[in-house]
Write a protein that binds this ligand. Structure first.
Ligand code: BGC
Length: 785
């Protein structure tokens, strides 16, 4: 069990996630949720001394490699820098031997620092106090700092510390690196150079150590070791009772994929730069590096200044945890990279990006850091190359985005085979790479959302229009004429609900394709009339003159599933005819996917059971297209049948529950969303944290409880704080102005940092102000000052 209300000090209240009992059966939880990173790289928080069942992971964003033709490209697990071989009087140190007290492992979210401490007693009565500290620098993107402090509480010992760079790592058995070059300079600076086998990305890793005894520098001569894929040193020293030994390890990670070296074919440049940097950091030392890192994080918290006064302390911690991981996983430094569904915290989903980014994470960046939102959408622009190839390979026009994306030019990278089928014993085929196609309109939607909220015309001119227009071309070519009904269908797809495969006319897919094409028509016409040069340029690239009449002809004939007599919109052509079963045992499950203990996917396909929000997602994205009573009826119908077996589900349902005025349910669903990675399930994060769910937590706050929406280009605010909350305050960028919005029981206060007139609708009524606005909660639109 984890402690979410640990009182380390007054100023760290609601900033700490702590583990106070150690078990080798649940290593994955803390490795993932306490993982460190800075967007450039992510380091899973495995303990220094190894245990069976651990996953030591170091990922560098964007460094994809394909192990062989049978596998899809993935982020390779780079050489390990964290493992220490600790021996006490010749015996390997492990918490499984001897006994220990006062165990605590903590992620300090404010400072992005991992610490672990305990007192350990060997079987022959020697007592040692261990403290470990670790951070992945936000200030220096290539640097990692580690410290171990050992105090002899009782007895004397001979301590040996083995440390190095261990390239014997793999991804569940797939070895992505060639052997590489190894060297130790001046008996101090360890170096490992390794190249990925297929993508030919060179990793340049360095490490150096320093030592202190009772606060005084200590020079220890190492024993040097170079083995296959390993370079290491071993230090030995005698410690007497009362001594404190401090061991620091600083490491740097560079790759030939780094933006600063792009186009640089000469490895020696990277190597000498990296070595120089390591030496400089080594001179600077752990403490100064840590203080620079802390300052960088203080700026993060100033930028993402969210406060929450709740009766439940966990709520604010959960929000901070979400923002922490969003920062740690996002490659804000490089537009050639996207966000992985598990961030950089585990092997799950291979570092690939899904619609998770555009629909669940991007809103956080659009409204809190538009520069990063733009970078993520530029990644999708670069991805047009792979999307166009996918369209062509499938016999379509335009841009058909890959369901799973890696390096922008890679195109589709979804693996083909997945989990076991409990009936046949064979592997289940993963169809999403072939037929989960809504991602193309999700991306077009995200571009539009970004544009409407930021007004970034330059992005649109250079990238945005092209994405919207080319995805519309894809959809127009994808539509299938249904002679019998005289309309266009989209058959044989998977919608957001992945428990329904090979369905026809998934409502979400059809409506979003319709949205995508109508947006393209609108922009095509606007550009032709007002921006003839840009239109001419896009026309010569995409053939708009020919595409426009096709869009016009098809748009009105796209089949958009309508509410039936009970107001229910069929999720697809057959969903409502499928068998309804009692889902109570699965609704009360303690681990997701328990349905598959009893049914295989084919059987699930024939039941009215959904993995995740589907129609609800549609209501959130295209909110003004549906009547409130229709939304309500569908919510009641589908919520019962939704198992939330995907982490992309609870936050959406929470936001909609709020829209319906059910704050209690909204709050309950928010809490459950927050407990996907935090919370009592000690295995939910084994393969990595859930990126989309973390974005969803921010969405619950801002889009749910504060009721922020962009509707038709207008900003809306419609707050409904849950019972447990007294106050919610958060920053929100709108059309280039940074607003700080504070909502409490007495009203709403908005402060703008710019001199512009801000226009928005509060509870549906138009308001405009400059500088600052205060509204009593009840009056909605009446400014009181
Ligand atoms: C969900 C998808 C999601 C993917 C990655 C799947 O389980 O069904 O909607 O994109 O996970 O998070």
């Amino acid at each position: 069990m984890l402690n979410y209300s640990k009182r380390v000090s007054d100023d760290l209240m609601q900033w700490v996630v702590a583990e106070e009992q150690f078990s080798t059966l649940t290593l994955g939880k803390c490795e993932a949720i306490m993982s460190l990173g800075n967007g450039y790289m992510g380091l899973r928080s495995a303990t220094e001394e190894p245990y069976i069942g651990e996953k030591r992971n170091l990922f560098v964003n964007g460094t994809f490699n394909k192990f062989d033709e049978e596998e899809v490209t993935e982020l390779p697990n780079a050489a390990d820098l964290t493992r220490l071989d600790l021996r006490i009087d010749g015996e390997r140190f492990s918490l499984e031997k001897g006994s220990f007290t006062g165990y605590s492992r903590m992620l300090n979210i404010r400072d992005a620092e991992l610490t672990r401490s305990f007192d350990w007693e060997s079987k022959d009565g020697k007592k040692l106090r261990f403290t470990f500290r670790r951070f992945v620098s936000l200030h220096h993107k290539h640097a990692i700092g580690m410290r171990m402090e050992v105090t002899l509480l009782q007895g004397d010992v001979r301590l040996s510390v083995g440390s190095g760079i261990d390239g014997q790592m793999n991804n569940s058995g797939s070895q992505h690196f060639h052997e590489g070059e190894k060297r130790i300079y001046d008996k101090t600076y360890l170096e490992l150079l390794q190249q990925t086998t297929e993508s030919k990305v060179t990793f340049v890793l360095h490490a150096a150590h320093s030592h202190k005894l009772n606060g005084a520098e200590l020079n220890l001569a190492p024993r040097m070791e170079i083995e296959r894929r390993q370079v290491a040193v071993k230090y030995e020293l005698d410690l007497c009772e009362g001594d404190t030994y401090t061991f620091d390890k600083l490491a740097t990670v560079y790759t030939s994929r780094d933006l600063e070296f792009s186009g640089e074919s000469d490895l020696s440049t990277i190597r000498s730069h990296a070595l120089e940097q390591l030496k400089a950091l080594h001179d600077q030392g752990f403490d100064e590096m840590l203080s620079e890192h802390q300052k960088a994080w203080a700026e993060v918290w100033r930028d993402y200044d969210i406060t929450l006064k709740s009766k439940n302390e966990f709520d604010l911690l959960a929000v901070r945890f979400a923002v922490y991981h969003l920062v740690v996983m996002t490659p804000a430094h490089d537009r050639r990279m996207g966000i992985g569904a598990k961030g950089l915290s585990g092997e799950g989903y291979k570092g690939h990006s899904f619609w998770d980014t555009e629909i669940f994470i991007l809103p956080f960046y659009i409204y809190s850091n538009p520069r990063i939102a733009r970078s993520l959408l530029e990644y999708r622009y670069l991805g047009l190359e792979g999307a166009r190839r996918k369209a062509k390979e499938n016999g379509f026009e335009g841009a058909m985005y890959p369901w799973e994306a890696a390096w922008p030019s890679d195109g589709e990278v979804t693996p083909v085979w997945g989990a076991v089928d409990i009936v046949t014993g064979e592997q289940t085929k993963i169809w999403s790479g072939f037929i989960e196609q809504h991602i193309s309109s999700d991306i077009a939607y995200a571009v539009w959302h970004y544009f409407k909220a930021t007004g970034d015309q330059e992005y649109m001119d250079r990238y945005g229009y092209e994405i919207i227009l080319d995805t519309a071309k894809f959809w127009a070519s994808r539509l299938e004429w249904d002679e019998e009904h005289g309309r266009y269908h989209i058959n044989e797809v998977i919608g957001p609900d992945e428990y329904k495969e090979h369905v026809d006319n998934n409502a979400f897919t059809n409506y979003m394709a319709h949205f995508n094409i109508s947006l393209a028509i609108q922009y095509c016409d606007e550009l032709k009339e007002k921006r003839p040069e840009l239109f001419a340029e896009l026309n010569s690239k995409l053939g708009l003159e020919a595409a426009r009449p096709v869009w016009e002809e098809k748009l009105g004939l796209i089949y958009l599933p309508q509410p039936n007599e009970q107001n229910i919109i069929p999720q697809d052509d057959t969903y409502l005819q499928k068998q309804i079963i009692d889902l109570t045992p699965y609704k009360n499950q303690s681990k997701v996917g328990s349905l598959f203990d009893d049914y295989n996917l084919d059987q699930v396909n024939n039941l009215q059971v959904s993995k995740q929000a589907d129609i609800m997602m549609l209501f959130l994205l295209l909110e003004d297209r549906f009547q409130p009573e229709v939304k309500r009826a569908n919510y009641n119908y589908y919520e019962e049948k939704t198992l939330h077996d995907s982490s992309l589900s609870l936050s959406t349902h929470s936001i909609l529950a709020n829209d319906f005025g059910d704050e209690a349910l909204a709050y309950d669903l928010f809490r459950r969303a927050a407990e996907i990675d935090l919370g009592p399930n000690m295995h939910s994060s084994d393969a990595g944290i859930h990126s989309a769910s973390l974005g969803g937590i921010w969405e619950c706050l801002v889009m749910g409880f504060a009721g922020v929406r962009m509707l038709g280009g207008e900003l809306h605010l419609n707050p409904r704080l849950p019972q447990a909350w007294e106050e919610l305050s958060f920053p929100l960028y709108w059309q280039g102005s940074r607003l700080q919005i504070r909502i409490d029981r007495s009203g709403i206060r908005i402060k703008s940092s710019s001199a512009d007139v801000i226009r928005l609708k509060v509870a549906g009524k138009p308001v405009s102000f400059e500088g600052e606005l205060e509204l009593p909660q009840t009056s909605g639109a009446q400014p009181i000052s």
